[in-house]
Design a protein around this ligand. Sequence first.
Ligand SMILES: C[S@@+](CC[C@H](N)C(=O)[O-])C[C@H]1O[C@@H](n2cnc3c(N)ncnc32)[C@H](O)[C@@H]1O
Length: 200
Amino acid sequence: MLPDLSLDATYWQQRYANGQTGWDAGRITPPLQEYFAQLGPPGARRILIPGAGRAYEAEYLHRQGWPNVWVADLAPEPLHDLQQRVPDFPAEHLLLADFFQLEPALAFDLLVEQTFFCALDPALRPAYARQCAHLLRPGGTLMGLLFDTEFSQPGPPFGGSRAEYRPYFEPYFEFRHFATATNSLGPRHGRELFICLKKK
Ligand SMILES: C[S@@+](CC[C@H](N)C(=O)[O-])C[C@H]1O[C@@H](n2cnc3c(N)ncnc32)[C@H](O)[C@@H]1O
């Protein structure tokens, strides 16, 4: 099936311009914060947050002292928002770019998934898993949250289930964790998976 090409940069920029950003938690979500807390002291790890939006995870990591955090998004507005909130976040780490076109000079150690996968047309899910693997070094980690629920309205967000998702990731990743998150934000409670996958 061909992906819906209308979910492009203009679509997303309009959503921000119109304030239609119901996904925006306004803060780092507890599962991600807890995961980062157990990483230990800040280090050289190269971290990418794709489809980052206002990128509260990047703000959190930057303020903790992690120097090598990148964010990528199709829409300029949320990247400007991050710049306003965190003026010393490195401008060259703000990538106004299509995730599927990213070709970094160096591979990443960690990719962070927060409400990006569900924003993509489901036809792109196999390509999402492939591109995540492409961007990571062997042994690198894809970590974050995936909805494990269906939505009554047409997407985005597009729902799905763990049974559907597994085959997308299995060719490239070992599954370290793939289970219902225990500390999701209120309305998402019981409806999302916490995933931690290691690139083969
Ligand atoms: C549902 S929002 C989530 C934003 C953020 N992760 C959050 O949780 O607040 C999806 C984001 O993905 C971005 N996006 C959509 N398609 C993209 C693509 N192909 N490459 C990069 N960013 C994309 C949108 O501009 C939007 O900011």
